[in-house]
Structures are given as C-alpha cells and as structure tokens.
Design a protein around this ligand. Structure first.
Ligand code: R5P
Length: 334
C-alpha cells in the first residue's frame, strides 16, 4: 500500500480544491492518503515561517499549492514549504501547481528583463522530485524544469462539459484564439473536437498591446458570421483581451459568443465580461458561478494524475483521447 501525504494550507482559499483531490484519492485502491495542514506564523514585520503540521518521514508528499495567494506570497511560501519538507526526510516531494504564476514572463523579449518563470522552475527543481500543472501559458516552459514536470490539459474536461450542458452550441462552431500565440491552442481544441465527431473551424486574432495589461487592438482573421464562437485562452486577467475579442466578433456577425480560459484571475472583476453569452473557467483559482460564468472542475483530473504518478502509470491516457477514445475519461470522470 502506497502512503501519500497531501500538504495544503487549510486557511487558504484553495483548500476546497485540495480537499476535492483528497476525496477523489480516498476512493482509489492500493493507496492510503492523508491531508496534512501547514502552520504559518507571521512576525510583526510580515516575515513568516511555515511548518508541516505532521510527520512526513519516508512518505510520498504532494504539496497542493494554493494558486489564490498573491504572486509574491505564492512564490515565497512555496520556497519555504519546499525547504521545510526537504529536511523532514520525505521519500518524494511532488509540487502540484493548479495555476503556475509568473508564466507570462517566459522569454527574454527585451534586454535586461527577468524570465520569471525560469527562476520559479529553477527553485522548484532544486528541491522537488517532480511537479505538475495544467495548461501552462506556453508548453515550452516545461523544459525550464530539470525535474519531470507534467503539463496536464483541460480540453477533455471542457469538451465533456460542453457536450453535457451546451450540446446545441457545438453546431456551426468556430474556435477563436484572441492572439496568434494561441493559434496552437485553438488548433488543438479543434482537433480534439474532430476526434469526437464535432466539426469546428478556426479564427485567429491579431492582438496588439502598447502597455502591459492594456489591449490596443484586435483584428480577427476568419469567417465567424452566423457562427457559434468559442474564444479560448489560458488566462483571464483584466479581461481586456476577451472584451475586445467579443466586441469584434459581434461586429463581424457572430451568433453566440462563449469563452473558455483555464485560469480565471479576474483582476478586473467578472462583471466586465457581461457581453459574452457564457464564460467558462476552471476551478484552479477560486470563483463562484454567477450570471454568465460557469465553473468546470479539474479536481478529478489532478486527482487521477496524482494517482497515476504514484502507481507509475501513464498520464497521457488522460489527454490522448484520439488514441484512447472517451471510455477511459468517463471512467475517471474528468
Ligand atoms: C496573453 O498572452 C495571455 O494568453 C492572455 O491572453 C492574457 O494574459 C489575458 O490578459 P487580460 O485578461 O488582462 O487581457
């Protein structure tokens, strides 16, 4: 029997995500799982220390790191947790990042800039045995880690959700990427849909920014007139990218306009996105479904990925629906 310890901050907003993974794993055979808390003491000057609340000696540890923490706390807490666990004699340290922060700074686009996610990857690689996340901002970031680091994909969960709850929308469908960098993402979704018998064309946006967090313009290339459009992105931050995209799609005569982004930061609030008929995000960051917003849970996807990691089984079965068909995914309820 493999003994797994999930380590999560019971006072953090992300605790329900960790508890969901715990509940999923509790039902699995061949493993025993325990959810262990993190104790945090904050000094008057705001420095803090962390402690793993229980013994983890010779155990396979999985830190389910709370993505909802402010970016600087997210990073420093992760480093201190890794430090605390490493010297507590675990058998393995696995880092689970529902959302990988700092991933948008992933390349040297001008002189003397920091490639932040490379620094995050270096530090994690220094302490951890392996890691996992979902829908990285750019797939190439995986290579910044010098440990095995799995990038899960949420599209199978999205497709299952749409087929169950919004089957009508899947007719006359166009997948829209708001920027050229997302073209591969749109193509991947279109291919997955095709493997499930759903035809979807692709339209691409050309987005320009003059400043960070502000979209100057978006031009959409492709025919969207009279079509159901699903805009796909990895992140909704201010919402500026999606709002501009929706405006242009409406001008070009789109029928219904839906959007899906894996990680809903919503720094500009959800309300601003009211022009969309529907918005879908996953639960890697906390938000409640309300109005046009619906949440697609990735708890089971992470639970199954952790289970398979512990048993040494393949993870690609979770994404490779072209090869595996849908039966397996139904079995895991992802
Ligand atoms: C950009 O490269 C990302 O994929 C997202 O399009 C962007 O981060 C979304 O930001 P915002 O919601 O602030 O426009």
């Amino acid at each position: 029997m493999e003994e797994i310890i999930l380590i999560a901050d019971s006072k953090g907003k992300g605790i329900d995500f960790a508890k969901g993974i715990y509940e999923y794993l509790k039902k699995k055979e061949g493993i025993s799982v325990k959810l262990v808390d993190i104790e945090k003491n904050i000094f008057r000057d705001k420095e803090f220390k962390v402690r793993i609340a229980e013994n983890v000696r010779r155990k396979k540890c999985f830190i389910i790191h709370d993505s909802n923490k402010e970016p600087c706390d997210w990073f420093t807490e992760l480093v201190f947790l890794l430090e605390a666990i490493r010297f507590s004699s675990p058998e393995e340290i696995n880092v689970v990042l529902p959302y990988t922060r700092f991933a948008r700074q992933d390349r040297k686009e001008s002189s003397r800039v920091s490639v932040n996610v490379k620094a995050v990857a270096d530090v994690i690689s220094l302490y951890a045995t392996r890691g996992m996340t979902v829908d990285l901002h750019a797939a190439g970031i995986q290579e910044y880690f010098s440990i095995p680091f799995d990038n899960l994909y949420s599209f199978p969960s999205l497709i299952n959700y749409l087929k169950t709850k919004h089957a009508d929308f899947l007719n006359d469908l166009v997948i829209v990427s708001p920027d050229l960098a997302g073209a591969k993402r749109a193509e991947a979704l279109s291919k997955r849909l095709a493997s499930r018998g759903i035809k979807a064309e692709i339209a691409l946006g050309h987005k320009t920014r003059e400043k960070d967090n502000e979209v100057a313009s978006i031009i959409i290339i492709g025919n969207v007139e009279g079509k159901n459009c699903l805009v796909v992105d990895d992140i909704i931050d201010t919402g500026g990218t999606l709002i501009k995209t929706c405006e242009v799609l409406r001008e070009k005569g789109a029928r219904k306009v839906y959007a899906y982004a894996t990680h809903g930061l919503f720094s500009g609030g959800v309300e601003k996105l009211r022009d969309f008929d529907r918005i879908f995000v996953s639960d890697t960051l906390c938000c409640n479904s309300a109005g046009n917003l619906e949440i697609i849970s990735l708890v089971n996807l992470f639970g199954e990925a952790i289970y398979r990691t512990v048993l040494g089984e393949s993870l690609s079965v979770l994404f490779d629906e072209m090869k595996n068909g849908q039966e397996k995914l139904k079995e895991y309820d992802i």
